[in-house]
Design a protein around this ligand. Structure first.
Ligand code: SAM
Length: 461
């Protein structure tokens, strides 16, 4: 009997895995292993930029696996799976909070595993609680149960070790779960259900505050640093290598790059390292630039001294001070933070500063509608391969469940501030309303893209 969908997904998965294997070999990377307790270069996007083929093969493999799971799993199991996701997060948080992760990484033979009883006595915990927690982590691929009730770190959980990238991502913000529980009430019943204001969201309801999320965070120092670290990892470090490598910086005609809402300045730092002929300005809110200045004075003292790099306070909602052909502007992970009205105000201020040679680089996710289609445009590199041309694979256009990070991020922006991840059609409308035009969209080896905009001179004709 023909099983059309199953057959197509199976063929697509085989193709994607073959491609993945070939690309790993071409890149001279070691085999991927869940039994290994050593990190793989592919595990950290902040330090290793995969080839385009490898990036696409991994994404397509994950998309096929997700679609296969959707096809095969019973709806009731899927429902339970989804409900229980929150426990997985709590379990990894527990391993970090108790110190178990760091302990498991420091034992003399980390791959051998440590009995839960030993962990319990070391950290004065109850082994009856620890075993289910560690087994939940094992089911999610974070640790390995090496013998009954003995556990070892695997290569993935190394990301949670102190100083590693996943540790910064995995912080716990009190009130976060309450905010998520508030979403159905906010959307369906609350007096703000039709409001698009950034000050009338599930965030204000759950945190019982009239403050904008950014202002509340500033007033609560205990969450400020973990959130700043989290943003740096999510918003920044993961996409920086690809932004530097995949945008044609040498074609930018302006000598100065202004990073608006540039946070700690990591992006301009990486751009200056790769393209020392540019000068750069990092702008952010007053209390953020105090931190940025001290970081930059320590890391790039000569650039600060020579005026190659400047750090300054600037409110995104005020007119831009740097005007004309000398300047291009970056807005990375800024626009998704704001609803359309506020986003247009921010973009409008930058647009009014542009000269004919200036560009605005909006670096954000492009939320492709997940309609049923072959994901041809996104795996163009595969299309060079004759096998791929013949491949009849109906993966949704944004890689189905492999786009969960985009849809999750969009939900987070919505819940916190009535923002969202925009589709290309929504980006076009926003950009056009500010007298700009999209010149190009550069896909990145990351979840974000670079939307390159310039003044729409056609409007003047
Ligand atoms: C999601 S973070 C992105 C940071 C940076 N662009 C990056 O990609 O690493 C948003 C940034 O916008 C800044 N921001 C928020 N409201 C602002 C305002 N009114 N004026 C200037 N910066 C603002 C925040 O301080 C924060 O650094």
């Amino acid at each position: 009997m023909a099983h059309a969908e199953l057959d197509r997904l199976q063929a697509c998965l085989n193709f994607a895995l073959d491609k993945l294997r070939k690309e790993l070999d071409n890149s001279q990377l070691p085999p991927l292993s869940q039994l290994s307790s050593v990190e793989h270069p592919l595990d950290d996007p902040t330090t290793y930029l995969p080839s385009t083929g490898l990036f696409e093969a991994r994404r397509l493999s994950l998309a096929c696996l997700g679609e296969l799971k959707n096809l095969i799993q019973s709806p009731l199991d899927k429902c339970m799976d989804e409900r229980f996701t929150a426990y997985g997060v709590a379990c990894t948080d527990t391993l970090i909070k108790t110190g178990i992760i760091d302990y498991l990484s420091d034992v003399p033979n980390p791959s051998q595993g440590v009995p839960a009883a030993e962990l319990a006595s070391k950290f004065e915990l109850d082994s009856q609680k620890l075993v289910p927690i560690l087994r939940c982590c094992a089911a999610n691929g974070w640790v390995r149960e090496t013998r009954d009730s003995s556990f070892a770190l695997n290569r993935c959980s190394r990301t949670f070790i102190e100083g590693h990238a996943g540790r910064r991502l995995n912080f716990f913000m009190p009130g976060f779960v309450t905010m998520i529980e508030t979403i159905p009430y906010w959307v369906a019943e609350s007096e703000w259900k039709l409001s698009r204001s950034p000050e009338q969201t599930a965030f204000q309801i759950a945190f019982k505050t009239p403050l904008l999320a950014f202002s509340w965070i500033m007033e609560n120092p205990e969450v400020l640093i973990p959130i700043a670290n989290h943003l740096k990892s999510v918003a920044g470090d993961m996409s920086t290598p690809s932004i530097v490598a995949d945008y044609p910086w040498e074609q930018l005609e302006t000598p100065v790059i202004v990073d608006c809402g540039g946070g700690e300045g990591g992006l301009v730092s990486a751009i200056l390292d790769a393209h020392p002929s540019f000068r750069a300005i990092v702008q952010d809110m007053e209390n953020v630039v105090a931190l940025t200045s001290s970081i930059m004075e320590e890391r790039r003292p000569r650039d600060i001294e020579n005026g190659v790099l400047k750090v300054e306070a600037h409110d995104l909602f005020q007119p831009q001070a740097w005007i004309g052909n000398e300047y291009s502007f970056i807005l990375r992970h800024i626009m998704h933070d704001w609803p359309d009205k506020e986003a247009a105000t921010i973009l409008g201020h930058v647009a009014r500063a542009l000269g004919p040679k200036s560009k605005i680089l909006i670096i954000d996710m492009v939320a492709v509608p997940n309609v049923n289609a072959t994901a041809t445009t996104s795996f163009e590199s595969f299309l060079l391969d004759s096998d791929a041309k013949r491949l009849d694979c109906t993966i949704p256009s944004h890689f189905g469940s492999a786009s969960k990070i985009v849809s999750g991020s969009s939900m987070h922006m919505l819940t916190m501030i009535n923002g969202c991840e925009r589709s290309l059609r929504e980006w076009e409308a926003l950009v056009r309303a500010c007298g700009l035009r999209i010149m190009n969209v550069y896909p990145l080896r990351a979840h974000t893209s670079i939307i390159e905009c310039a003044l729409d001179t056609r409007a003047l004709l």
